[in-house]
Design a protein around this ligand. Sequence first.
Ligand code: NCD
Length: 306
Amino acid sequence: MQHLMSPLDLSVEELDKLLTLANDIENNPQKYSHACDGKKLATCFYEPSTRTRLSFEAAMLNLGGSVLGFSSADSSSAAKGESVSDTIRVISCYADICAMRHPKEGAPLVASEKSGIPVINAGDGGHQHPTQTLTDLLTIRSLKGRLDNLTIGLCGDLKFGRTVHSLIHALIRYPHIRFTLISPEELRVPSYIREDVLRKNNVPFQEVERLEDAMKELDILYMTRVQKERFFNEDEYVRMKDFYILDKKKMRLAREDMIVMHPLPRVNEISVDVDDDPRAAYFKQAQYGVYVRMALILTLLEVEVC
Ligand code: NCD
């Protein structure tokens, strides 16, 4: 039985196959509409979510399956003190596959060790968010036509932003990837990413503070929200929250074929006047999230559609 805890659980070849399946689902949705008839997805969300939970549910419903679950720790037995290990053992009796989000790093991994069904990490604290990464890779491959030879600007909260951590891990496996890490000093990527992931693998990167200085070289600008819920100090969050605001004026500095991505939710970091720019890809990205989760469910449940 296969689980998905990190984007690195899939080899580059497996990932390629999964993204190709997601593109086939995009082009031929009706071919897959009964692929999971009779199967159930449990969504166990101990932390708030709109996109991830609903896109998982939409993915399973699009495949003909059904969904059950909870959307906050308060409405589950976690409020009574139940461990994730016990919860997953019970959910294994009710469902065929589970997507779990948890504020504690490593909680979905602990659950997967006791689970009778595949577990998907739908975000664990500030650590990883592999299905957002699959979404991001599908978006990049579909819109840029490749996953190699790219200069990617990651901007905003690079310290707490788990989508950024997962995306860096996944992209360094492709040739000629360069990163521009754009953040205030306080929100730089954690040192384990800088040293053990980027430096150790000889991945070229630069760290800058001003978005304007980075814009013109980028193939992709990946904006992120300042992760309010992971700050210990409200004043610090208030000081950081509007550090970057991408607007029409800054977009003039970018290439014609650059794309702007964002895992969403957006707070202030992209002005709404950028939404009409043809380079704004963040709402398309949310759509790709459904196709890729459909492909992931099929893959983990080992369902073949001819
Ligand atoms: C992201 C997350 O949960 O980490 N959201 C998402 O799943 N699309 C990004 C965020 O919350 O900022």
